[in-house]
Design a protein around this ligand. Structure first.
Ligand SMILES: Cc1cc2nc3c(=O)[nH]c(=O)nc-3n(C[C@H](O)[C@H](O)[C@H](O)COP(=O)(O)OP(=O)(O)OC[C@H]3O[C@@H](n4cnc5c(N)ncnc54)[C@H](O)[C@@H]3O)c2cc1C
Length: 404
Protein backbone atom coordinates (compact mmCIF):
# COMPACT_ATOMS: atom_id res chain seq x y z
CA UNK A 1 0.00 0.00 0.00
CA UNK A 2 1.20 3.51 -0.82
CA UNK A 3 0.57 6.10 1.90
CA UNK A 4 -0.06 9.64 0.66
CA UNK A 5 0.00 12.52 3.15
CA UNK A 6 -2.15 15.49 2.07
CA UNK A 7 -5.01 15.82 -0.41
CA UNK A 8 -3.88 19.10 -1.99
CA UNK A 9 -2.44 19.69 -5.42
CA UNK A 10 0.58 17.38 -5.10
CA UNK A 11 -1.11 14.53 -3.23
CA UNK A 12 -4.38 14.38 -5.17
CA UNK A 13 -3.01 13.56 -8.61
CA UNK A 14 -0.69 10.84 -7.28
CA UNK A 15 -3.59 9.27 -5.34
CA UNK A 16 -5.75 9.31 -8.48
CA UNK A 17 -3.09 7.95 -10.84
CA UNK A 18 -2.00 5.13 -8.50
CA UNK A 19 -5.58 4.12 -7.65
CA UNK A 20 -6.47 4.06 -11.37
CA UNK A 21 -3.53 1.65 -11.83
CA UNK A 22 -5.00 -0.66 -9.16
CA UNK A 23 -2.30 0.18 -6.62
CA UNK A 24 -3.70 0.20 -3.07
CA UNK A 25 -3.62 3.76 -1.70
CA UNK A 26 -4.38 5.28 1.69
CA UNK A 27 -4.59 9.08 1.88
CA UNK A 28 -4.27 10.94 5.19
CA UNK A 29 -5.63 14.49 5.41
CA UNK A 30 -5.38 16.81 8.39
CA UNK A 31 -8.47 18.86 7.51
CA UNK A 32 -12.13 17.94 7.03
CA UNK A 33 -13.96 17.31 3.78
CA UNK A 34 -16.13 20.37 3.11
CA UNK A 35 -18.11 21.80 0.21
CA UNK A 36 -15.89 24.00 -1.97
CA UNK A 37 -18.30 26.91 -1.38
CA UNK A 38 -17.51 26.73 2.37
CA UNK A 39 -13.76 26.35 2.01
CA UNK A 40 -13.04 30.03 2.87
CA UNK A 41 -13.82 29.02 6.49
CA UNK A 42 -10.76 26.73 6.44
CA UNK A 43 -8.05 29.31 5.80
CA UNK A 44 -5.27 28.84 8.36
CA UNK A 45 -4.80 31.51 10.98
CA UNK A 46 -2.42 34.21 9.73
CA UNK A 47 0.94 34.41 11.44
CA UNK A 48 1.68 37.61 13.41
CA UNK A 49 4.40 38.76 11.04
CA UNK A 50 3.60 37.04 7.74
CA UNK A 51 0.28 37.12 5.87
CA UNK A 52 0.56 33.74 4.12
CA UNK A 53 -2.72 32.29 2.82
CA UNK A 54 -3.35 28.53 2.78
CA UNK A 55 -6.21 26.25 3.73
CA UNK A 56 -6.45 23.02 5.72
CA UNK A 57 -9.21 20.83 4.29
CA UNK A 58 -9.63 18.11 1.67
CA UNK A 59 -8.29 19.64 -1.56
CA UNK A 60 -5.69 21.83 0.19
CA UNK A 61 -5.28 25.36 -1.14
CA UNK A 62 -6.65 24.38 -4.56
CA UNK A 63 -10.17 24.89 -3.17
CA UNK A 64 -9.56 28.64 -2.79
CA UNK A 65 -7.38 29.02 -5.91
CA UNK A 66 -8.32 31.59 -8.52
CA UNK A 67 -8.31 28.93 -11.24
CA UNK A 68 -5.18 30.29 -12.96
CA UNK A 69 -3.40 27.58 -14.95
CA UNK A 70 -0.07 29.02 -16.03
CA UNK A 71 2.48 26.69 -17.65
CA UNK A 72 5.81 27.29 -15.94
CA UNK A 73 9.16 25.90 -14.71
CA UNK A 74 9.58 23.78 -17.86
CA UNK A 75 13.04 25.16 -18.73
CA UNK A 76 14.16 25.90 -15.15
CA UNK A 77 13.66 22.27 -14.04
CA UNK A 78 15.77 20.92 -16.92
CA UNK A 79 18.82 22.28 -15.02
CA UNK A 80 17.95 19.72 -12.33
CA UNK A 81 17.58 16.92 -14.87
CA UNK A 82 13.79 17.00 -14.56
CA UNK A 83 11.79 17.24 -17.78
CA UNK A 84 8.07 17.86 -17.19
CA UNK A 85 7.18 18.97 -20.74
CA UNK A 86 4.99 15.91 -21.42
CA UNK A 87 3.30 16.03 -18.02
CA UNK A 88 2.56 19.78 -18.33
CA UNK A 89 0.64 19.08 -21.55
CA UNK A 90 -1.12 16.08 -20.01
CA UNK A 91 -2.19 18.13 -16.99
CA UNK A 92 -3.40 21.06 -19.11
CA UNK A 93 -5.64 18.64 -20.98
CA UNK A 94 -6.75 16.77 -17.85
CA UNK A 95 -8.09 19.87 -16.09
CA UNK A 96 -9.00 21.64 -19.36
CA UNK A 97 -6.84 24.75 -19.05
CA UNK A 98 -8.14 27.35 -21.50
CA UNK A 99 -8.77 31.06 -21.92
CA UNK A 100 -12.35 31.88 -20.98
CA UNK A 101 -14.98 32.86 -23.49
CA UNK A 102 -15.51 36.63 -24.05
CA UNK A 103 -18.84 36.33 -22.19
CA UNK A 104 -16.76 35.91 -18.98
CA UNK A 105 -14.88 39.20 -19.27
CA UNK A 106 -16.38 42.12 -17.34
CA UNK A 107 -15.83 45.87 -17.77
CA UNK A 108 -13.01 46.05 -15.21
CA UNK A 109 -10.95 43.32 -16.87
CA UNK A 110 -11.57 44.82 -20.31
CA UNK A 111 -10.39 48.23 -19.10
CA UNK A 112 -7.28 46.59 -17.56
CA UNK A 113 -6.47 44.92 -20.89
CA UNK A 114 -7.13 48.04 -22.99
CA UNK A 115 -5.05 50.26 -20.70
CA UNK A 116 -2.17 47.76 -20.72
CA UNK A 117 -2.17 47.64 -24.52
CA UNK A 118 -2.33 51.42 -24.78
CA UNK A 119 0.93 51.79 -22.84
CA UNK A 120 2.62 48.94 -24.74
CA UNK A 121 2.43 46.18 -22.12
CA UNK A 122 1.98 42.60 -23.36
CA UNK A 123 -1.36 41.40 -21.99
CA UNK A 124 -3.14 38.08 -22.51
CA UNK A 125 -6.32 36.42 -21.30
CA UNK A 126 -5.31 34.31 -18.26
CA UNK A 127 -5.31 30.53 -18.90
CA UNK A 128 -7.96 29.17 -16.51
CA UNK A 129 -9.32 25.86 -15.21
CA UNK A 130 -12.85 27.25 -14.79
CA UNK A 131 -15.92 25.89 -16.56
CA UNK A 132 -17.86 28.79 -18.15
CA UNK A 133 -21.12 26.81 -18.05
CA UNK A 134 -21.01 26.71 -14.24
CA UNK A 135 -19.34 30.06 -13.51
CA UNK A 136 -21.81 32.68 -12.25
CA UNK A 137 -19.21 35.52 -12.39
CA UNK A 138 -19.47 36.47 -8.71
CA UNK A 139 -15.79 37.26 -8.01
CA UNK A 140 -15.63 34.72 -5.20
CA UNK A 141 -13.04 32.30 -6.69
CA UNK A 142 -10.67 32.71 -3.73
CA UNK A 143 -13.50 32.18 -1.23
CA UNK A 144 -14.07 28.70 -2.65
CA UNK A 145 -16.36 28.86 -5.65
CA UNK A 146 -20.08 29.08 -4.65
CA UNK A 147 -21.04 27.13 -7.78
CA UNK A 148 -18.20 24.59 -7.95
CA UNK A 149 -17.19 25.93 -11.36
CA UNK A 150 -13.44 25.28 -11.20
CA UNK A 151 -11.22 22.22 -11.01
CA UNK A 152 -9.96 21.51 -7.50
CA UNK A 153 -7.88 18.67 -6.03
CA UNK A 154 -11.14 17.35 -4.56
CA UNK A 155 -12.06 16.21 -8.08
CA UNK A 156 -8.98 13.96 -8.24
CA UNK A 157 -9.51 12.68 -4.68
CA UNK A 158 -13.07 11.69 -5.66
CA UNK A 159 -11.74 9.69 -8.63
CA UNK A 160 -9.09 8.09 -6.40
CA UNK A 161 -11.80 6.94 -3.96
CA UNK A 162 -14.00 5.65 -6.81
CA UNK A 163 -10.99 3.55 -7.82
CA UNK A 164 -10.54 2.02 -4.38
CA UNK A 165 -8.36 4.51 -2.46
CA UNK A 166 -9.10 5.01 1.23
CA UNK A 167 -9.28 8.58 2.57
CA UNK A 168 -8.78 9.23 6.28
CA UNK A 169 -9.60 12.89 6.91
CA UNK A 170 -9.30 14.98 10.09
CA UNK A 171 -6.14 13.01 10.83
CA UNK A 172 -2.78 14.75 11.10
CA UNK A 173 0.47 12.97 10.30
CA UNK A 174 2.79 13.88 13.15
CA UNK A 175 5.79 11.67 12.34
CA UNK A 176 7.22 9.54 9.58
CA UNK A 177 8.42 6.18 10.87
CA UNK A 178 11.74 4.85 9.61
CA UNK A 179 14.19 2.03 10.29
CA UNK A 180 17.72 1.76 8.88
CA UNK A 181 17.17 4.71 6.54
CA UNK A 182 14.03 3.08 5.13
CA UNK A 183 10.49 4.37 5.53
CA UNK A 184 8.12 2.14 7.50
CA UNK A 185 4.93 4.22 7.75
CA UNK A 186 3.53 7.19 9.61
CA UNK A 187 2.07 8.10 12.95
CA UNK A 188 -1.23 9.94 12.83
CA UNK A 189 -3.27 11.89 15.34
CA UNK A 190 -7.07 11.92 14.92
CA UNK A 191 -9.24 14.92 15.78
CA UNK A 192 -10.25 13.23 19.06
CA UNK A 193 -6.51 13.12 19.98
CA UNK A 194 -6.26 9.33 19.60
CA UNK A 195 -3.18 8.17 17.71
CA UNK A 196 -2.55 5.39 15.25
CA UNK A 197 0.37 3.96 13.31
CA UNK A 198 -0.08 3.09 9.65
CA UNK A 199 2.56 0.87 8.06
CA UNK A 200 3.75 1.38 4.52
CA UNK A 201 7.05 1.01 2.70
CA UNK A 202 6.22 3.81 0.24
CA UNK A 203 5.19 7.17 1.67
CA UNK A 204 4.56 10.30 -0.41
CA UNK A 205 4.63 13.48 1.64
CA UNK A 206 2.37 16.15 0.08
CA UNK A 207 1.43 18.26 3.12
CA UNK A 208 2.43 21.56 1.46
CA UNK A 209 5.69 23.50 1.71
CA UNK A 210 5.33 24.46 5.37
CA UNK A 211 3.98 21.24 6.88
CA UNK A 212 6.03 18.82 4.76
CA UNK A 213 9.17 20.64 5.89
CA UNK A 214 8.16 20.45 9.56
CA UNK A 215 7.60 16.68 9.23
CA UNK A 216 10.93 16.18 7.39
CA UNK A 217 12.82 18.19 10.02
CA UNK A 218 11.76 15.61 12.62
CA UNK A 219 13.72 13.04 10.60
CA UNK A 220 16.83 15.19 10.90
CA UNK A 221 16.66 16.42 7.30
CA UNK A 222 17.70 20.02 6.60
CA UNK A 223 14.29 20.86 5.15
CA UNK A 224 12.53 24.17 5.79
CA UNK A 225 15.27 26.42 4.43
CA UNK A 226 15.13 28.32 1.12
CA UNK A 227 11.45 29.13 1.51
CA UNK A 228 9.86 31.40 -1.09
CA UNK A 229 6.28 32.70 -1.03
CA UNK A 230 5.86 34.69 -4.30
CA UNK A 231 4.97 37.90 -2.40
CA UNK A 232 2.22 40.13 -3.75
CA UNK A 233 0.34 43.33 -3.13
CA UNK A 234 -2.96 44.49 -4.58
CA UNK A 235 -2.90 48.09 -5.81
CA UNK A 236 -6.16 49.85 -6.58
CA UNK A 237 -8.27 52.97 -6.58
CA UNK A 238 -11.69 54.39 -7.35
CA UNK A 239 -13.46 53.95 -10.66
CA UNK A 240 -17.09 54.60 -9.77
CA UNK A 241 -19.57 51.71 -10.36
CA UNK A 242 -17.02 49.57 -12.21
CA UNK A 243 -18.28 46.46 -10.31
CA UNK A 244 -14.95 44.69 -10.76
CA UNK A 245 -15.41 42.93 -7.40
CA UNK A 246 -17.92 40.54 -8.98
CA UNK A 247 -15.92 39.65 -12.09
CA UNK A 248 -13.92 36.45 -12.63
CA UNK A 249 -10.80 37.02 -10.50
CA UNK A 250 -7.47 37.48 -12.30
CA UNK A 251 -8.81 36.87 -15.80
CA UNK A 252 -5.97 38.64 -17.63
CA UNK A 253 -2.21 38.59 -17.28
CA UNK A 254 0.72 40.92 -17.93
CA UNK A 255 4.07 39.14 -17.69
CA UNK A 256 6.75 41.71 -16.87
CA UNK A 257 10.46 40.87 -16.57
CA UNK A 258 10.42 40.93 -12.76
CA UNK A 259 6.70 40.75 -11.91
CA UNK A 260 3.28 39.66 -13.12
CA UNK A 261 0.14 41.78 -13.00
CA UNK A 262 -3.47 40.59 -13.00
CA UNK A 263 -6.73 42.35 -12.14
CA UNK A 264 -7.68 41.35 -8.58
CA UNK A 265 -10.05 42.72 -5.96
CA UNK A 266 -9.13 42.72 -2.26
CA UNK A 267 -11.36 44.03 0.51
CA UNK A 268 -8.17 45.39 2.13
CA UNK A 269 -8.15 48.14 -0.53
CA UNK A 270 -11.50 49.41 0.80
CA UNK A 271 -10.28 49.13 4.40
CA UNK A 272 -7.15 51.15 3.55
CA UNK A 273 -9.16 53.99 1.99
CA UNK A 274 -10.56 55.27 5.28
CA UNK A 275 -13.70 56.44 3.46
CA UNK A 276 -16.79 54.38 4.14
CA UNK A 277 -18.62 55.98 1.22
CA UNK A 278 -16.38 54.19 -1.24
CA UNK A 279 -18.05 50.90 -2.08
CA UNK A 280 -16.47 47.62 -3.17
CA UNK A 281 -18.24 48.18 -6.49
CA UNK A 282 -16.18 51.38 -6.99
CA UNK A 283 -12.74 49.74 -6.88
CA UNK A 284 -10.55 48.64 -9.77
CA UNK A 285 -7.39 46.94 -8.54
CA UNK A 286 -4.44 44.87 -9.72
CA UNK A 287 -2.37 42.14 -8.09
CA UNK A 288 1.41 42.63 -8.38
CA UNK A 289 3.28 39.38 -7.78
CA UNK A 290 7.05 38.78 -7.85
CA UNK A 291 9.49 35.85 -7.68
CA UNK A 292 11.23 36.37 -4.33
CA UNK A 293 14.69 35.31 -3.23
CA UNK A 294 14.20 32.08 -1.31
CA UNK A 295 15.49 33.44 1.98
CA UNK A 296 12.71 32.24 4.26
CA UNK A 297 12.96 29.37 6.71
CA UNK A 298 10.92 27.33 9.13
CA UNK A 299 12.29 27.22 12.65
CA UNK A 300 10.53 25.31 15.43
CA UNK A 301 7.29 25.28 13.45
CA UNK A 302 7.34 29.04 12.78
CA UNK A 303 7.80 30.66 9.39
CA UNK A 304 10.51 33.32 9.24
CA UNK A 305 10.53 35.37 6.06
CA UNK A 306 12.32 38.58 5.33
CA UNK A 307 12.28 40.29 1.99
CA UNK A 308 15.51 41.19 0.28
CA UNK A 309 16.22 44.52 -1.42
CA UNK A 310 15.67 42.76 -4.75
CA UNK A 311 12.20 41.53 -3.67
CA UNK A 312 11.22 45.06 -2.66
CA UNK A 313 12.59 46.52 -5.89
CA UNK A 314 10.57 44.06 -7.99
CA UNK A 315 7.40 44.87 -6.00
CA UNK A 316 8.04 48.61 -6.47
CA UNK A 317 8.54 48.18 -10.23
CA UNK A 318 5.33 46.16 -10.46
CA UNK A 319 3.32 48.57 -8.31
CA UNK A 320 4.46 51.57 -10.38
CA UNK A 321 3.42 49.76 -13.57
CA UNK A 322 0.09 48.78 -12.01
CA UNK A 323 -0.48 52.45 -11.13
CA UNK A 324 0.07 53.45 -14.76
CA UNK A 325 -2.40 50.78 -15.94
CA UNK A 326 -5.00 51.87 -13.37
CA UNK A 327 -4.75 55.51 -14.42
CA UNK A 328 -4.99 54.45 -18.08
CA UNK A 329 -8.14 52.51 -17.18
CA UNK A 330 -9.74 55.62 -15.69
CA UNK A 331 -9.02 55.19 -11.95
CA UNK A 332 -8.76 58.46 -9.99
CA UNK A 333 -4.96 58.73 -9.32
CA UNK A 334 -5.58 60.52 -6.01
CA UNK A 335 -7.29 57.44 -4.62
CA UNK A 336 -4.68 54.78 -5.43
CA UNK A 337 -3.59 52.72 -2.45
CA UNK A 338 -2.05 49.30 -1.76
CA UNK A 339 -2.52 46.32 0.51
CA UNK A 340 0.33 45.13 2.71
CA UNK A 341 2.64 42.41 1.37
CA UNK A 342 1.08 38.95 1.34
CA UNK A 343 1.94 35.49 0.03
CA UNK A 344 0.00 32.45 -1.24
CA UNK A 345 2.58 30.23 -2.96
CA UNK A 346 4.90 28.83 -0.27
CA UNK A 347 7.53 26.52 -1.76
CA UNK A 348 11.19 25.56 -1.96
CA UNK A 349 11.57 23.97 1.49
CA UNK A 350 12.54 20.47 0.28
CA UNK A 351 13.98 21.42 -3.08
CA UNK A 352 15.03 19.08 -5.87
CA UNK A 353 18.82 18.75 -5.82
CA UNK A 354 18.89 19.53 -2.12
CA UNK A 355 16.44 17.46 -0.02
CA UNK A 356 15.03 15.26 -2.81
CA UNK A 357 16.63 13.80 -5.96
CA UNK A 358 15.26 14.22 -9.46
CA UNK A 359 12.73 11.45 -8.76
CA UNK A 360 11.55 13.41 -5.68
CA UNK A 361 12.99 10.75 -3.31
CA UNK A 362 14.59 11.73 -0.02
CA UNK A 363 17.67 10.03 1.40
CA UNK A 364 15.22 7.61 3.09
CA UNK A 365 14.37 4.58 0.95
CA UNK A 366 10.66 4.74 0.00
CA UNK A 367 10.08 8.31 1.22
CA UNK A 368 9.11 10.83 -1.47
CA UNK A 369 8.02 14.49 -1.34
CA UNK A 370 5.60 15.80 -3.95
CA UNK A 371 4.18 19.27 -3.41
CA UNK A 372 5.37 22.87 -3.69
CA UNK A 373 8.27 22.10 -1.32
CA UNK A 374 10.28 20.50 -4.13
CA UNK A 375 10.23 23.55 -6.45
CA UNK A 376 13.81 24.89 -6.34
CA UNK A 377 13.18 28.51 -7.41
CA UNK A 378 10.32 30.94 -6.86
CA UNK A 379 8.17 30.98 -10.01
CA UNK A 380 6.55 34.35 -9.19
CA UNK A 381 3.44 33.00 -10.92
CA UNK A 382 0.67 30.43 -10.23
CA UNK A 383 2.38 27.06 -9.58
CA UNK A 384 -0.53 24.55 -9.62
CA UNK A 385 0.11 23.25 -13.15
CA UNK A 386 3.82 22.75 -12.41
CA UNK A 387 3.09 20.94 -9.10
CA UNK A 388 0.54 18.70 -10.84
CA UNK A 389 3.05 17.94 -13.61
CA UNK A 390 5.85 17.10 -11.16
CA UNK A 391 3.49 14.86 -9.21
CA UNK A 392 2.16 13.16 -12.33
CA UNK A 393 5.76 12.43 -13.29
CA UNK A 394 6.32 10.88 -9.85
CA UNK A 395 3.18 8.75 -10.18
CA UNK A 396 4.55 7.31 -13.46
CA UNK A 397 7.85 6.53 -11.71
CA UNK A 398 6.05 4.78 -8.82
CA UNK A 399 3.70 2.83 -11.12
CA UNK A 400 6.68 1.71 -13.15
CA UNK A 401 8.66 0.63 -10.06
CA UNK A 402 5.71 -1.15 -8.47
CA UNK A 403 4.79 -3.07 -11.60
CA UNK A 404 8.37 -4.35 -11.91
C1 LIG B 1 -6.15 32.28 -2.20
C2 LIG B 1 -5.22 31.47 -3.07
C3 LIG B 1 -5.38 31.50 -4.45
C4 LIG B 1 -4.52 30.76 -5.25
N1 LIG B 1 -4.73 30.74 -6.60
C5 LIG B 1 -3.94 30.00 -7.39
C6 LIG B 1 -4.20 29.88 -8.79
O1 LIG B 1 -5.16 30.45 -9.30
N2 LIG B 1 -3.35 29.12 -9.54
C7 LIG B 1 -2.26 28.50 -8.99
O2 LIG B 1 -1.51 27.86 -9.74
N3 LIG B 1 -2.00 28.57 -7.67
C8 LIG B 1 -2.83 29.27 -6.86
N4 LIG B 1 -2.61 29.29 -5.51
C9 LIG B 1 -1.47 28.53 -4.95
C10 LIG B 1 -1.79 27.04 -4.88
O3 LIG B 1 -3.08 26.83 -4.33
C11 LIG B 1 -0.72 26.33 -4.02
O4 LIG B 1 0.54 26.65 -4.60
C12 LIG B 1 -0.92 24.81 -4.05
O5 LIG B 1 -2.16 24.46 -3.50
C13 LIG B 1 0.20 24.13 -3.27
O6 LIG B 1 0.04 22.74 -3.42
P1 LIG B 1 0.66 21.76 -2.35
O7 LIG B 1 0.37 20.37 -2.81
O8 LIG B 1 2.04 22.15 -2.07
O9 LIG B 1 -0.15 22.09 -0.99
P2 LIG B 1 -1.74 22.13 -0.69
O10 LIG B 1 -2.51 22.16 -1.97
O11 LIG B 1 -1.96 23.23 0.25
O12 LIG B 1 -1.98 20.74 0.04
C14 LIG B 1 -1.44 20.38 1.28
C15 LIG B 1 -2.45 19.47 1.98
O13 LIG B 1 -1.83 18.79 3.07
C16 LIG B 1 -2.70 18.85 4.22
N5 LIG B 1 -1.85 18.71 5.41
C17 LIG B 1 -1.03 19.63 5.95
N6 LIG B 1 -0.36 19.11 7.00
C18 LIG B 1 -0.77 17.82 7.13
C19 LIG B 1 -0.43 16.78 8.04
N7 LIG B 1 0.48 16.94 9.00
N8 LIG B 1 -1.07 15.58 7.90
C20 LIG B 1 -1.99 15.39 6.91
N9 LIG B 1 -2.33 16.35 6.02
C21 LIG B 1 -1.71 17.56 6.11
C22 LIG B 1 -3.39 20.20 4.08
O14 LIG B 1 -4.58 20.27 4.83
C23 LIG B 1 -3.63 20.23 2.57
O15 LIG B 1 -4.83 19.58 2.21
C24 LIG B 1 -3.47 30.00 -4.67
C25 LIG B 1 -3.33 29.95 -3.29
C26 LIG B 1 -4.21 30.67 -2.48
C27 LIG B 1 -4.07 30.58 -0.99
Amino acid sequence: MVLIIGTGVGGSIIAMELAKSNIPVTIIEKGPSVDVKDSYKYYDKIDDCLDLSKTTCVGGSSVVAAGNGVRLLEEELKKYNVDISTELSEVEELIRVHQLDDSHFGEGTKKFMEAAKSIGLPVIKMPKFIREEDCIQCGKCAWGCPNDAKWTSKDFIKIAIENGAELISEAEVTDILTENKTVKGAKIKHSDDSTETIESDIVVLSAGAINSAIILQKLGLKAGENLFIDPFVTVGGVLKDINYNSEVTMNALIKGKNFVLAPHYSVIINQNMDDENIKKEDILSIMVKVPDDNHGKIVEGKVIKENTIKDIRFIAEGAATAGAVLVGAGVDPNTITSTHLRGAHPGGTAAIGDIVDNNLKTEYEGLYVSDASVIPEAPGAPPIIAILALSKRLSKHLINNLSN
